[in-house]
Every structure is written in structure tokens, then in C-alpha cells.
Design a protein around this ligand. Sequence first.
Ligand code: GDP
Ligand code: IMO
Ligand code: MG
Length: 431
Amino acid sequence: MYSKNIIIIGTQWGDEGKGKIVDMLTDHVQGVVRFQGGNNAGHTLVIDGHKTVLRLLPSGVLRDNVHCFIGNGVVVSPSALVNEITDLEKNGVSVSDRLHLSQSCSVILPYHVALDQTRENSRNSKAIGTTGRGIGPAYEDKVARRGIRVVDLLHPERLAERLQKVAHHHNFMLEHYYQVETIPYEAVLEELLHSADILKPMVADVSAILSELNQKNANLLFEGAQGTYLDVDHGTYPFVTSSNTTAGAASAGSGFGPLNFNHVLGITKTYVTRVGAGPFPTELKDALGAYIATKGHEFGSVTGRPRRCGWFDAVMMRRSAQLNSLTGLCMTKLDVLDELKTLRICTGYKHRGETLTIFPADTEILCECQPIYEDHPGWQTSTFGIQTYEDLPKNARAYLERISELVEVPISIVSTGPGREDTIIISHPFG
Ligand code: GDP
Ligand code: IMO
Ligand code: MG
């Protein structure tokens, strides 16, 4: 038997519909793995009309018997994780017997949350628009090699000693640089020990379990959070998150060897959205942008902030395809465009009189780019819930096929609504 290990990646600025697709595909897998980010993610699943938003837990958790893994690349707020598990278990979903939390995950502390929010406030109009969950400061502590890891939670004395040092470091900054309230170390320690008691049975050597499952020919799905252009190296820096969000992170963030992956499925909205600040060449700052936001319910699933909306951008997608080695596209939210008379696709950028067909790596240049568009006739009929490609209106098919041609990646899946069943499978990734 041949096992398939698939990476699911957001190809734009996040919120492409990754949660829905991961959930849908998990009827074919034994394990789902998160490998970066933290509870800045908000992945929405709609099952039989019931909506669940997952932040840290992999989107396979609503399928019985699917093992869920939080890999070493994820930054974990122990209290947020405990709350998420408790909420699901209250609703009858068993989690603790199927969740494996890497001992090497870095821990998000209340200091990180305070620093994230305080810094954002002090930046005023220059704010990045972070989710305020402490993600950036937690990754900073990780690379500075002073962070607390999940394994430390299992050793109270070691934890107390390390936490004291970290607390001293951050409280100094909070008090003397930002001049805000400090956070008493004792209260943080108490909260961590409480969460540790609950999480202890789930702490595991994730890399070793994944390797074992792979040897048994299990199918595994690696669930990216955020999106390609929020990648700390390849995204629109500094308007990015603090982790690598591109496909390469799946290996480093889980300890699963790079040659084990067979496919990279790029989850891609049929238009573009962005939440938070930063350049967005095809943004629609007019009534049409507001219309798409309303029709697509484009409000952040973590913070409730309105998402900025714009036309499909093939220039950014071509780079995304290269950065992630995309082997297939999953085009989402097609139904949101149903009523539009004309649709535009950005095929190049104008920059100081020159035409760019490659997405500029320099954010300053991107800020000065003007999109070049080609127009496509809309279909002005409902595609909501369509499950067969041939049932799509001709103009919708032409729009999708043009996107695939420009991005040079075949389309495997089209999503026509938020529910599991609102999906067209052209070629099944596990097929
Ligand atoms: P994620 O972060 O990539 O998992 O995406 P989010 O869950 O943050 O945002 C996607 C939103 O679009 C959610 O509210 C989904 O329920 C919804 N959604 C996903 N696919 C579709 C679709 O094809 N059509 C419509 N109308 N909504 C969708
Ligand atoms: P999912 O997984 C969309 C954005 C924030 C901000 C920037 C940095 O649901 O697609 P951070 O809190 O990470 O330091 O914020 O990144 N951001 C997201 N945008 N979807 C997400 O996750 C995001 N996670 C972070 O809005 O611009
Ligand atoms: Mg989201």
C-alpha cells in the first residue's frame, strides 16, 4: 500500500478556507498535523450547518479516530489550548485521547501577549495589525533561546527556574521601556502548572509517532496556518507573522523528513483578502470591495476585524506556486462572485513605467505597484453548493481555467460554500 502525505497551504494572506478543506479531506487520513503559527489562526468548519472555529487544534479533530498532532513549530498558549479542548469536549468531541502535543513546542506566556498588544498600541498608525495573541514575542524568545518549551511544563522545578528568568527579562521591558504594568511571576507559574496537569498525558514525541505512522502506510495531512505572503521570510515583510508559513515549514515544524511529502495543495480564494496592515495591490477600496466583504462574510474568525478584499492576483499566485511547489490548487468561495457582472484578474504590475510579471520581493517596490488587469464576464447565476464541475456555468469554468493557466498549476478542488458537501472534487488528492 502507498501512503500519501499532503501539505495544505494558504497561498495568499490567510483565511483562504484551509479549515474547511482539511476537515473535508480527513475522511482519508489517519493523522492531521499543525506545524507552525499558534492561536492567531482561525480555521472554520461547517458540519451539518453547525460552525466550529479551531485555533490550535488541527482541523481533523471533528472526525472520530483521526489523530491530531501539534508539531514543534507551533507556539502554544497552554491556557488557550486547555480552553479549546474543554469547549470541544463539552460538546461531546473527544480530544485528549487523540491529541499529541510536541514536547518541543515553544510556550506563549502572558508576557508575550502583553508585549504584543503594548507594542501594537505604541506603533499607532504604523501598527502591523497583529492578532494580539503574543505570537511574535513567543517566537522571539524561541530564537533567543530563552523560551519555555512544553517539556519544561512536566518538570515544575525546572519550569520555575526558567520562568523566573524570562519573567524578569520581560517585566523589565514592560515596566521601564513601555511603562505599563508588570505581570507577577507567581501567578503565571500557578496558571502554567494548572494547564500542565491537564496537558501532561498529551505530551509526546510527535516526530517519532509520525515516522511510525508513515512506516505503517498511514495517510497524513499537514495543515498550514496563515498564508504564503504572511511568511516571515517570503511575505510582505514587516507586515507578516513571525513564522515560516510556506510548505517547507511542514518538515521543520513537525520533524517529518522532507522526502516523505507527495503533494502540496494550495488553498486559494477566487478573490483576495487580507486582515491587518500591509500592501495589497489589487485591493478594492470602494463599494465593490465592501460588497464582496459582505457577501463573503469577510470578518476575521479570531478578532472579528473586517477583511480587506480585492481582485484575484495571478502575479502573487505564480510566486506562491514556486515558493510552495504547489502540485494542485483548491479554489474557494467561488459562490461569493456569483452576482458580479465583470471579474478582473491581475496579470502583471506597472512599476515606474515598467511591467513586472514577477511578484517583487521588496515590499517597498510592491507598495508602488499598480495592477494590470484582464476582464472576464461574470456568470450571474448561483453556484452555491454545486458538486460537479460540469454543472458550473460556462463563464465560471472559463474564469477558473484562466486562473489555472496563468498560475500554471492544475485545479484539484473547487469550493462552492462553507459546508463539507459544498465541494467539487476534480482530482482527489488522496485518489
Ligand atoms: P482558514 O483560516 O483558511 O481556515 O479560513 P477561515 O475559516 O478563517 O475563513 C474562511 C471563511 O469562508 C469561513 O467562514 C468558511 O466557513 C468560509 N468558506 C470556506 N469555503 C467557502 C466557500 O467555498 N464559500 C463560502 N461562501 N464560504 C466559504
Ligand atoms: P489563518 O490560519 C489571516 C495576520 C494578522 C497580522 C499579521 C501578524 O486563519 O489563515 P500575528 O498575530 O500573527 O503576529 O499577526 O498576520 N494573521 C492572519 N491573517 N489569517 C490568519 O490565520 C492570520 N494569522 C495572522 O492579521 O496582519
Ligand atoms: Mg482564518
